[in-house]
Design a protein around this ligand. Structure first.
Ligand code: NAD
Length: 298
Protein backbone atom coordinates (compact mmCIF):
# COMPACT_ATOMS: atom_id res chain seq x y z
CA UNK A 1 0.00 0.00 0.00
CA UNK A 2 1.23 3.49 -0.87
CA UNK A 3 1.28 6.86 0.87
CA UNK A 4 -0.37 9.35 -1.47
CA UNK A 5 -0.81 13.13 -1.47
CA UNK A 6 -4.05 14.21 -3.20
CA UNK A 7 -4.62 17.85 -4.18
CA UNK A 8 -7.99 18.96 -5.56
CA UNK A 9 -10.74 17.09 -3.73
CA UNK A 10 -13.73 18.42 -5.70
CA UNK A 11 -16.48 16.64 -7.62
CA UNK A 12 -14.00 14.29 -9.28
CA UNK A 13 -11.01 14.29 -6.90
CA UNK A 14 -13.21 13.62 -3.84
CA UNK A 15 -14.59 10.26 -4.99
CA UNK A 16 -11.26 9.28 -6.63
CA UNK A 17 -9.48 9.82 -3.31
CA UNK A 18 -12.25 7.91 -1.51
CA UNK A 19 -11.63 4.88 -3.74
CA UNK A 20 -7.89 4.96 -2.96
CA UNK A 21 -8.73 5.09 0.76
CA UNK A 22 -11.19 2.19 0.39
CA UNK A 23 -8.44 0.15 -1.27
CA UNK A 24 -6.26 0.64 1.84
CA UNK A 25 -3.85 3.38 0.73
CA UNK A 26 -2.84 6.14 3.17
CA UNK A 27 -3.86 9.59 1.94
CA UNK A 28 -2.93 13.17 2.81
CA UNK A 29 -5.15 15.71 1.07
CA UNK A 30 -5.43 19.42 0.37
CA UNK A 31 -8.10 21.63 -1.20
CA UNK A 32 -8.94 25.33 -0.99
CA UNK A 33 -12.51 24.35 -0.13
CA UNK A 34 -13.13 23.46 3.52
CA UNK A 35 -16.20 21.44 2.52
CA UNK A 36 -14.16 19.30 0.14
CA UNK A 37 -11.57 18.70 2.85
CA UNK A 38 -14.28 17.74 5.37
CA UNK A 39 -15.69 15.12 2.96
CA UNK A 40 -12.17 13.76 2.44
CA UNK A 41 -11.67 13.46 6.21
CA UNK A 42 -15.01 11.66 6.57
CA UNK A 43 -13.77 9.14 4.00
CA UNK A 44 -10.67 8.49 6.14
CA UNK A 45 -8.09 10.92 4.71
CA UNK A 46 -5.76 13.21 6.67
CA UNK A 47 -6.06 16.95 5.96
CA UNK A 48 -2.89 18.88 5.13
CA UNK A 49 -2.28 22.59 5.72
CA UNK A 50 -0.99 23.23 2.19
CA UNK A 51 -0.32 21.54 -1.13
CA UNK A 52 3.38 21.34 -0.21
CA UNK A 53 2.50 19.71 3.11
CA UNK A 54 0.31 17.15 1.32
CA UNK A 55 3.29 15.88 -0.71
CA UNK A 56 5.78 15.74 2.17
CA UNK A 57 6.81 12.15 2.81
CA UNK A 58 4.57 10.61 0.13
CA UNK A 59 5.49 8.22 -2.69
CA UNK A 60 2.85 9.50 -5.09
CA UNK A 61 1.24 12.93 -5.58
CA UNK A 62 -2.06 13.17 -7.49
CA UNK A 63 -3.67 16.45 -8.62
CA UNK A 64 -7.24 16.94 -9.87
CA UNK A 65 -7.56 20.70 -10.47
CA UNK A 66 -9.82 22.88 -12.65
CA UNK A 67 -7.45 24.20 -15.36
CA UNK A 68 -3.87 24.69 -16.58
CA UNK A 69 -3.25 27.83 -14.52
CA UNK A 70 -4.09 25.97 -11.29
CA UNK A 71 -1.81 23.09 -12.23
CA UNK A 72 1.03 25.46 -13.05
CA UNK A 73 0.54 27.38 -9.77
CA UNK A 74 0.49 24.19 -7.70
CA UNK A 75 3.49 22.45 -9.31
CA UNK A 76 5.91 25.26 -10.15
CA UNK A 77 7.75 27.89 -8.13
CA UNK A 78 9.48 27.90 -4.77
CA UNK A 79 6.54 26.43 -2.89
CA UNK A 80 5.41 24.19 -5.74
CA UNK A 81 5.13 20.42 -5.58
CA UNK A 82 8.21 19.85 -7.73
CA UNK A 83 10.34 21.85 -5.28
CA UNK A 84 8.74 20.47 -2.13
CA UNK A 85 8.19 16.76 -2.84
CA UNK A 86 10.93 14.29 -1.92
CA UNK A 87 13.20 12.76 -4.56
CA UNK A 88 11.56 9.82 -6.29
CA UNK A 89 7.96 11.08 -5.86
CA UNK A 90 5.74 10.14 -8.80
CA UNK A 91 3.42 12.95 -9.99
CA UNK A 92 0.08 12.12 -11.58
CA UNK A 93 -1.95 15.06 -12.90
CA UNK A 94 -5.49 13.97 -13.76
CA UNK A 95 -6.87 17.46 -14.41
CA UNK A 96 -8.05 18.24 -17.96
CA UNK A 97 -5.70 21.03 -19.08
CA UNK A 98 -4.06 22.44 -22.20
CA UNK A 99 -1.36 20.33 -23.82
CA UNK A 100 1.24 23.14 -23.67
CA UNK A 101 0.97 23.53 -19.87
CA UNK A 102 1.01 19.75 -19.37
CA UNK A 103 4.25 19.52 -21.37
CA UNK A 104 5.78 22.53 -19.59
CA UNK A 105 5.11 21.14 -16.10
CA UNK A 106 6.26 17.63 -17.11
CA UNK A 107 9.45 19.18 -18.51
CA UNK A 108 10.13 20.97 -15.21
CA UNK A 109 9.51 17.76 -13.29
CA UNK A 110 11.89 15.86 -15.56
CA UNK A 111 14.55 18.56 -15.20
CA UNK A 112 14.27 18.14 -11.41
CA UNK A 113 14.71 14.37 -11.81
CA UNK A 114 11.07 13.53 -10.96
CA UNK A 115 8.70 11.20 -12.83
CA UNK A 116 5.38 12.63 -14.03
CA UNK A 117 2.40 11.55 -16.11
CA UNK A 118 -0.57 13.52 -17.35
CA UNK A 119 -3.60 11.28 -16.87
CA UNK A 120 -6.88 13.05 -17.69
CA UNK A 121 -10.07 11.04 -17.39
CA UNK A 122 -13.39 10.45 -19.01
CA UNK A 123 -16.35 8.94 -17.21
CA UNK A 124 -17.55 11.89 -15.11
CA UNK A 125 -18.54 11.93 -11.44
CA UNK A 126 -20.40 8.61 -11.89
CA UNK A 127 -17.22 6.93 -13.15
CA UNK A 128 -15.12 8.56 -10.43
CA UNK A 129 -17.50 7.25 -7.74
CA UNK A 130 -17.77 3.76 -9.23
CA UNK A 131 -14.01 3.53 -9.91
CA UNK A 132 -14.65 2.95 -13.61
CA UNK A 133 -12.91 5.98 -15.15
CA UNK A 134 -10.93 5.81 -18.38
CA UNK A 135 -7.43 7.27 -17.96
CA UNK A 136 -5.57 8.60 -21.01
CA UNK A 137 -1.95 8.75 -19.96
CA UNK A 138 1.05 10.65 -21.33
CA UNK A 139 4.60 10.24 -20.05
CA UNK A 140 7.70 8.04 -20.14
CA UNK A 141 7.23 4.22 -20.09
CA UNK A 142 8.64 3.83 -16.60
CA UNK A 143 6.43 6.55 -15.12
CA UNK A 144 3.40 4.95 -16.79
CA UNK A 145 4.26 1.54 -15.34
CA UNK A 146 4.57 3.03 -11.85
CA UNK A 147 1.29 4.95 -12.17
CA UNK A 148 -0.77 2.10 -13.68
CA UNK A 149 -1.52 0.10 -10.47
CA UNK A 150 -2.75 3.27 -8.72
CA UNK A 151 -4.85 4.37 -11.70
CA UNK A 152 -6.40 0.87 -11.79
CA UNK A 153 -7.89 1.51 -8.34
CA UNK A 154 -9.77 4.54 -9.72
CA UNK A 155 -10.48 3.38 -13.25
CA UNK A 156 -11.33 0.48 -15.51
CA UNK A 157 -9.47 1.40 -18.70
CA UNK A 158 -5.92 2.77 -18.59
CA UNK A 159 -4.33 3.68 -21.94
CA UNK A 160 -0.75 4.83 -22.47
CA UNK A 161 -1.08 7.41 -25.25
CA UNK A 162 2.63 8.26 -25.61
CA UNK A 163 4.98 10.90 -24.19
CA UNK A 164 4.26 13.91 -21.96
CA UNK A 165 1.04 15.74 -22.89
CA UNK A 166 -0.33 12.91 -25.02
CA UNK A 167 -2.95 12.03 -22.42
CA UNK A 168 -4.32 15.57 -22.75
CA UNK A 169 -4.01 15.36 -26.55
CA UNK A 170 -6.07 12.14 -26.61
CA UNK A 171 -8.73 13.62 -24.34
CA UNK A 172 -9.29 16.80 -26.39
CA UNK A 173 -9.21 14.96 -29.73
CA UNK A 174 -11.85 12.52 -28.47
CA UNK A 175 -14.03 15.27 -27.04
CA UNK A 176 -13.75 17.29 -30.24
CA UNK A 177 -15.20 14.27 -32.08
CA UNK A 178 -17.94 14.07 -29.45
CA UNK A 179 -18.87 17.78 -29.62
CA UNK A 180 -19.03 17.74 -33.42
CA UNK A 181 -20.95 14.45 -33.58
CA UNK A 182 -23.50 15.57 -30.96
CA UNK A 183 -24.26 18.70 -33.01
CA UNK A 184 -24.51 16.56 -36.17
CA UNK A 185 -26.94 14.08 -34.62
CA UNK A 186 -28.99 16.91 -33.08
CA UNK A 187 -29.21 18.74 -36.42
CA UNK A 188 -30.48 15.53 -38.05
CA UNK A 189 -33.28 15.22 -35.47
CA UNK A 190 -34.22 18.89 -35.88
CA UNK A 191 -34.38 18.46 -39.67
CA UNK A 192 -36.38 15.22 -39.28
CA UNK A 193 -38.93 17.09 -37.11
CA UNK A 194 -39.40 19.71 -39.85
CA UNK A 195 -39.80 16.99 -42.48
CA UNK A 196 -42.35 14.99 -40.46
CA UNK A 197 -40.00 12.05 -39.83
CA UNK A 198 -40.56 10.38 -36.45
CA UNK A 199 -37.65 10.40 -33.94
CA UNK A 200 -37.87 6.64 -33.41
CA UNK A 201 -37.93 5.96 -37.16
CA UNK A 202 -34.80 8.06 -37.74
CA UNK A 203 -33.13 6.32 -34.80
CA UNK A 204 -34.05 2.82 -36.03
CA UNK A 205 -32.68 3.57 -39.49
CA UNK A 206 -29.55 5.61 -38.64
CA UNK A 207 -28.46 3.50 -35.67
CA UNK A 208 -27.96 0.59 -38.07
CA UNK A 209 -26.85 2.69 -41.06
CA UNK A 210 -23.87 4.91 -41.85
CA UNK A 211 -25.01 7.70 -39.48
CA UNK A 212 -24.40 5.39 -36.53
CA UNK A 213 -22.24 6.89 -33.73
CA UNK A 214 -22.05 7.08 -29.90
CA UNK A 215 -23.93 10.41 -29.78
CA UNK A 216 -26.85 8.68 -31.48
CA UNK A 217 -26.84 5.14 -30.10
CA UNK A 218 -25.71 5.67 -26.48
CA UNK A 219 -26.49 9.30 -25.74
CA UNK A 220 -29.40 10.07 -28.09
CA UNK A 221 -30.27 13.80 -27.73
CA UNK A 222 -34.05 13.32 -28.04
CA UNK A 223 -36.20 11.45 -25.47
CA UNK A 224 -37.42 7.94 -26.28
CA UNK A 225 -35.01 5.89 -28.37
CA UNK A 226 -32.31 5.45 -25.65
CA UNK A 227 -34.07 5.51 -22.24
CA UNK A 228 -30.84 6.10 -20.28
CA UNK A 229 -29.81 9.26 -22.17
CA UNK A 230 -30.11 12.67 -20.39
CA UNK A 231 -32.80 13.74 -22.91
CA UNK A 232 -35.18 11.55 -20.88
CA UNK A 233 -34.57 13.54 -17.69
CA UNK A 234 -34.86 17.05 -19.11
CA UNK A 235 -31.13 17.17 -19.96
CA UNK A 236 -29.95 16.93 -16.39
CA UNK A 237 -26.13 16.43 -16.65
CA UNK A 238 -24.29 14.03 -17.24
CA UNK A 239 -21.57 15.95 -18.92
CA UNK A 240 -22.36 19.65 -18.81
CA UNK A 241 -22.35 22.03 -21.78
CA UNK A 242 -19.76 24.11 -19.85
CA UNK A 243 -17.40 21.09 -19.65
CA UNK A 244 -17.86 20.41 -23.35
CA UNK A 245 -17.13 24.06 -24.12
CA UNK A 246 -13.97 23.91 -21.97
CA UNK A 247 -12.69 20.87 -23.90
CA UNK A 248 -13.59 22.35 -27.31
CA UNK A 249 -11.71 25.53 -26.41
CA UNK A 250 -8.68 23.47 -25.35
CA UNK A 251 -8.86 21.64 -28.69
CA UNK A 252 -8.94 24.96 -30.57
CA UNK A 253 -6.02 26.30 -28.54
CA UNK A 254 -4.02 23.19 -29.45
CA UNK A 255 -5.12 23.38 -33.10
CA UNK A 256 -4.03 27.01 -33.35
CA UNK A 257 -0.72 26.35 -31.63
CA UNK A 258 0.08 23.32 -33.80
CA UNK A 259 -1.33 24.63 -37.10
CA UNK A 260 -3.93 21.83 -37.42
CA UNK A 261 -6.92 22.59 -39.67
CA UNK A 262 -10.09 21.91 -37.60
CA UNK A 263 -12.94 23.99 -39.08
CA UNK A 264 -15.72 21.84 -37.60
CA UNK A 265 -14.02 21.85 -34.19
CA UNK A 266 -13.93 25.67 -34.38
CA UNK A 267 -17.61 25.79 -35.36
CA UNK A 268 -18.58 23.37 -32.58
CA UNK A 269 -16.73 25.56 -30.07
CA UNK A 270 -18.66 28.63 -31.32
CA UNK A 271 -22.02 26.82 -31.15
CA UNK A 272 -21.41 25.55 -27.59
CA UNK A 273 -20.26 29.02 -26.58
CA UNK A 274 -23.50 30.57 -27.92
CA UNK A 275 -25.54 27.80 -26.26
CA UNK A 276 -23.85 28.13 -22.86
CA UNK A 277 -24.21 31.91 -22.94
CA UNK A 278 -27.78 32.00 -24.32
CA UNK A 279 -29.57 31.70 -20.97
CA UNK A 280 -28.62 31.50 -17.33
CA UNK A 281 -28.06 27.89 -16.32
CA UNK A 282 -27.50 26.57 -19.84
CA UNK A 283 -23.87 25.82 -19.03
CA UNK A 284 -24.98 23.42 -16.32
CA UNK A 285 -27.37 21.37 -18.43
CA UNK A 286 -26.21 18.30 -20.29
CA UNK A 287 -24.28 18.96 -23.51
CA UNK A 288 -26.86 16.94 -25.49
CA UNK A 289 -29.32 19.77 -24.67
CA UNK A 290 -27.73 21.51 -27.68
CA UNK A 291 -30.67 20.04 -29.63
CA UNK A 292 -33.02 22.49 -27.88
CA UNK A 293 -30.78 25.39 -28.86
CA UNK A 294 -30.77 24.24 -32.49
CA UNK A 295 -34.59 24.24 -32.35
CA UNK A 296 -34.40 27.87 -31.23
CA UNK A 297 -35.17 27.22 -27.55
CA UNK A 298 -32.86 29.19 -25.22
P1 NAD B 1 -14.22 20.86 -9.11
O1 NAD B 1 -14.28 22.34 -9.32
O2 NAD B 1 -15.36 20.18 -8.47
O3 NAD B 1 -12.90 20.49 -8.27
C1 NAD B 1 -11.68 21.15 -8.37
C2 NAD B 1 -11.15 21.37 -6.96
O4 NAD B 1 -9.85 21.95 -7.02
C3 NAD B 1 -12.03 22.32 -6.13
O5 NAD B 1 -12.47 21.65 -4.96
C4 NAD B 1 -11.09 23.50 -5.83
O6 NAD B 1 -11.31 24.05 -4.55
C5 NAD B 1 -9.74 22.83 -5.92
N1 NAD B 1 -8.63 23.75 -6.16
C6 NAD B 1 -8.52 24.74 -7.10
N2 NAD B 1 -7.32 25.34 -6.99
C7 NAD B 1 -6.66 24.73 -5.99
C8 NAD B 1 -5.37 24.90 -5.40
N3 NAD B 1 -4.54 25.85 -5.82
N4 NAD B 1 -5.04 24.10 -4.38
C9 NAD B 1 -5.88 23.14 -3.92
N5 NAD B 1 -7.12 22.93 -4.44
C10 NAD B 1 -7.48 23.72 -5.45
O7 NAD B 1 -13.91 20.25 -10.54
P2 NAD B 1 -14.08 18.71 -11.00
O8 NAD B 1 -15.41 18.51 -11.61
O9 NAD B 1 -13.62 17.83 -9.88
O10 NAD B 1 -13.01 18.66 -12.19
C11 NAD B 1 -11.62 18.54 -11.95
C12 NAD B 1 -10.93 18.30 -13.28
O11 NAD B 1 -11.45 17.11 -13.87
C13 NAD B 1 -11.15 19.43 -14.30
O12 NAD B 1 -9.95 19.65 -15.00
C14 NAD B 1 -12.24 18.88 -15.21
O13 NAD B 1 -12.18 19.41 -16.51
C15 NAD B 1 -11.89 17.40 -15.19
N6 NAD B 1 -13.03 16.51 -15.50
C16 NAD B 1 -14.24 16.70 -14.89
C17 NAD B 1 -15.31 15.85 -15.19
C18 NAD B 1 -16.65 16.01 -14.52
O14 NAD B 1 -17.62 15.40 -15.00
N7 NAD B 1 -16.76 16.80 -13.45
C19 NAD B 1 -15.13 14.82 -16.12
C20 NAD B 1 -13.88 14.64 -16.72
C21 NAD B 1 -12.83 15.50 -16.38
Amino acid sequence: MATIGFIGLGNMGGPMAANLLKAGHTLKGYDLSAEAVARFQEAGGTASASAADAVTGVEIAITMLPAGRHVEAVYLGEDGLIAKAGAGTLFIDSSTIDVATARKVAGEAEAAGMAMVDAPVSGGVGGATAGTLTFMVGGPDQAFESAEPILEVMGKTIVHAGGAGNGQAAKICNNMILGISMIGVSEAFVLAEKLGLDHQKLFDISSTASGQCWSLTTYCPVPGPVPTSPANRDYQAGFTAAMMLKDLKLAQEAANASGANTPLGAEASQIYSLFAGAAEGNGEIDFSGIVRFLRGVR
